[in-house]
Write a protein that binds this ligand. Structure first.
Ligand SMILES: NC(=O)c1ccc[n+]([C@@H]2O[C@H](COP(=O)([O-])OP(=O)(O)OC[C@H]3O[C@@H](n4cnc5c(N)ncnc54)[C@H](O)[C@@H]3O)[C@@H](O)[C@H]2O)c1
Length: 383
């Protein structure tokens, strides 16, 4: 029975608690820590857990904790993850992995040094439409992918940035490119690999109470000549999130839709129902995921601890996602075309470097400790 602790008893902690509770034979939540210890106690009482509430997470560095879920604001992720791995504890850290590439490298070094697992949350991969899309792309049925369009459309009201750690380059580390599109960037890199170059714009169009962007557009070029475009936003009503892949032979997307064209003799399109049916049949027989979202990723982490099998989303993958996000911030802030890889010599490699060089849009106007409303939404089901 693996002993689990949760650090940070805020909005996303409930997804972790509910996911761990799906595996009562395999793990037990023994502690929850929050600097507002009453929040930790409230979670324990709400779920009837046999766990202790702890104000200072350091108390748990000496305890025999097998696995910790880090559910605190982004600026704390790196130091907490490193401390727990060094205390012999496997780590599952919420997205974004950290707010700089330097911190990601420190976390991956700690994982290598200690032999402890480091998994970065990207729960959307554990959703049936995403898993199916990955298989469809691997089938090759669509031919070479020529263009990818990623719409990471979210909507957050003005007060969203009033929470104490949000809206600053120092503590949140960025706007929706880092904190919302991170899900779709993870999926994009998983499905398409890394582009070779990025050119981006960003702006703050509706939240003059935040230093960070609320809208960005990145243009991507792949080594094989294919192009992509990614919009990261918290100003899109309806939050219609999608990934659209245009192959040489067919178009597929998440949420699922398939279209295929043949060429008439004059080059104009006519439908290709045979290929559409073939792709549909391929999609239909692919399996559903056994556990959705956070439960899927926690099952993957527990299995890795129990059997030594590989993690689906490790710190290397988390770093690639942050490297892509850093490229968007660098390009949008400097006007430069950014090429990969981004290493220690880059001005945007460290957290201080991002803070000094990224565009500051507005000053944070308000800082509240906690919202009265505690329920949140975490994006599309892609159905
Ligand atoms: N995977 C997802 O879909 C998803 C959704 C929302 C948030 N998140 C991520 O989860 C993290 C937390 O976000 P949230 O919305 O739950 O924020 P939140 O503010 O609701 O909760 C964070 C909690 O961490 C506590 N905390 C801060 N520093 C701490 C420390 N040193 N020790 C113990 N507790 C500490 C705070 O008091 C707060 O209760 C962020 O990284 C965020 O990006 C992920």
């Amino acid at each position: 029975m693996l002993k689990v602790a949760i650090i940070g008893a805020g909005a996303i902690s409930t997804s972790h608690i509910e996911a761990y509770l799906q595996f009562p034979e395999r793990c037990q939540i023994v502690a929850i820590s929050d600097i507002y210890v009453d929040k930790a106690q409230e979670r324990i009482d709400h779920y009837g857990l046999k766990a202790k509430a702890v104000k200072d997470y350091k108390e748990l560095l000496t305890a025999e904790i097998d696995l910790v879920s880090i559910c605190t604001p982004p600026y704390t992720h790196a130091s907490l993850a490193v401390e727990f791995m060094e205390a012999n504890t496997h780590v599952m850290v919420e997205k974004p992995m950290a707010s700089s590439l330097e911190e990601c490298d420190m976390m991956n070094d700690a994982s290598r040094r200690t032999g402890k697992l480091l998994s970065v949350v990207a729960q959307n991969r554990f959703k049936t439409p995403m898993m199916k899309m990955k298989s469809v792309l691997e089938s090759g049925l669509m031919g070479k992918i020529l263009h990818v369009q990623v719409d990471s459309f979210w909507w957050r009201g003005y007060s969203y940035y009033d929470l104490w750690w949000r809206g600053t380059w120092e503590k949140e580390g960025g706007g929706p490119t880092l904190n919302h599109a991170v899900h779709h960037i993870d999926a994009l890199l998983w499905m398409m690999g890394s582009p070779s170059e990025v050119q981006a714009f960003m702006s703050n169009v509706a939240h003059d109470n935040a230093e960070v962007e609320d809208l960005s557009i990145g243009l991507l070029r792949y080594a094989n000549g294919s192009l992509g475009q990614l919009t990261s936003s918290v100003v899109h009503h309806g939050e219609e999130q999608q990934l659209i892949f245009q192959g040489a032979k067919a178009r597929v997307s998440t949420p699922w839709k398939v279209k295929a064209s043949n060429s008439k003799s004059n080059g104009f399109p006519e439908p290709n129902p045979e290929l559409e049916s073939q792709l549909q049949a391929y999609y239909d027989v692919l399996p559903e995921v056994a556990y959705e979202g956070h439960a899927g990723q926690i099952d993957n982490v527990l299995t890795a601890i129990e059997t030594g099998s590989p993690l689906l989303i490790d710190g290397i993958s988390g770093r690639q996602t942050l490297e892509f996000i850093t490229a968007i911030y660098k390009s949008a802030s400097t006007g430069q075309l950014v090429k990969f890889p981004i290493g220690p010599e880059d001005a945007f490699y460290t957290r201080e470097g991002v803070q000094a060089n990224a565009t500051h849009f507005y000053e944070k106007k308000k800082s509240i400790e906690n919202f009265a409303a505690t329920t949140i939404t975490t994006g599309s089901t892609y159905k």
